[in-house]
Design a protein around this ligand. Structure first.
Ligand code: MRU
Length: 334
């Protein structure tokens, strides 16, 4: 099955095709660009849980499409919604997408619209953030907040991509992002396809790279921004923010409006997903830890507002989180 198309060097991550969902199986990248067809809510839940489709905006759209699948099959939308929301707790986009489709008269049309909106929003976000990056800027990013984490274009990588399109010639330090290696596998793949120079480093090398004066800015994505500006993102983001603060490197969070969660007062109330310890004790399916070893695997961490220089949304660049929330609410109310 390979029906996803597009002129973009990176095909859409997820799409509604006829009566089902098609998505890129990100577990197989970078070796294999394979698209799988999904016909049931249970299959989709499994694919979200196992990170075949991942990244906050992408799972938001996947959630909406899951509701659409249930609707098309005459199944209970409430049961489907509960199953989908339970797959991953940290990214607020998932429940947002599910609820949007659930409230719609036609969940398929709603899900298809959310997918189109995602790309438009990310392009606007990229255009808003690009002027923060000067000519020849050396940007460090973590995990994958690119086209693959969305339907298309990307958020943090969208900013870098827009700077590249404007001829600012950015280059990128790519944190490998233990334990699933979204940086080394996915971000490096995307940047290669886009023709943006990139160098993969281990997560532990980020602070030393900053100390060496080789990083001009850090741009990361977000799974949830709390009302006070605290940010949940891939584990390792917090230590990166501490290192950036120490080295006076600006630390930007790129987050489209659906990632802003005014209902959660601060980072302390965000549920951090705990994943299987085997992801830490194995590398590419090969065990690297001794038998009997214990491991903990929090998938996200919380970066406090104080360490964040600015928030980039589709509405602009905001030093204060309240202004980012205000701009999003204005558009929502209009
Ligand atoms: O566990 P993942 O791969 O879904 O984590 C993804 C991230 O942490 C991204 O940085 C975040 O979702 C923002 S994507 C635009």
């Amino acid at each position: 099955m390979n029906t996803l198309t597009g002129r973009d060097p990176i095909p859409p991550t997820i799409a509604w095709v006829d009566d089902h969902v098609e998505l890129i199986d990100q577990r197989r990248l970078p070796e294999d660009l394979q698209i799988i067809a999904v016909h049931t809510v249970d299959e989709l839940c499994h694919l979200i849980r196992t990170l075949a489709v991942r990244g906050a905006p992408a799972i938001g759209v996947a959630g909406a499409m899951g509701v659409a699948l249930a609707w098309c099959r005459g199944e209970s939308i409430d049961v489907a919604a509960a199953k989908l929301i339970a797959t991953r707790p940290t990214a607020v986009n998932l429940a947002w997408g599910v609820e949007r489709a659930r409230r719609a008269d036609d969940p398929v049309a709603a899900a298809v619209k959310l997918a189109a909106d995602d790309v438009a929003r990310n392009r606007a976000l990229g255009a808003a953030g690009a002027p923060l990056l000067g000519a020849g800027v050396r940007v460090l990013t973590h995990c994958n907040a690119g086209a693959l984490a969305c339907v298309g274009y990307g958020t943090a990588i969208g900013v870098i991509r827009a700077a590249h399109e404007q001829g600012r010639c950015p280059s990128v330090w790519v944190d490998e992002t233990r334990p699933i290696l979204q940086g080394a596998r996915l971000t490096a793949w995307e940047l290669q396809r886009l023709g943006i120079p990139a160098t993969i480093i281990t997560d532990g090398a980020a602070a030393a790279t900053m100390a060496g004066g080789q990083v001009d800015a850090v741009v990361v994505g977000a799974d949830r921004v709390a009302a006070n500006g605290d940010v949940a993102n891939k584990i390792g983001t917090y230590s990166l923010a501490i290192a950036a603060h120490h080295h006076r490197v600006p630390f930007y969070v790129a987050a489209p409006s659906p990632t802003l969660d005014s209902a959660t007062p601060s980072g302390g109330q965000i549920e951090v997903e705990m994943r299987d310890a085997r992801e830490v004790m194995e590398l590419g399916g090969v065990r690297i830890a001794p038998d009997g070893a214990a491991a903990a695997n929090p998938a996200f961490d919380i970066t406090p507002r104080a360490l964040i220089t600015a928030y980039i949304t589709e509405h602009g660049v905001f030093d204060e989180p309240a202004d980012a929330f205000g701009a999003a609410a204005e558009v929502e109310d209009a």
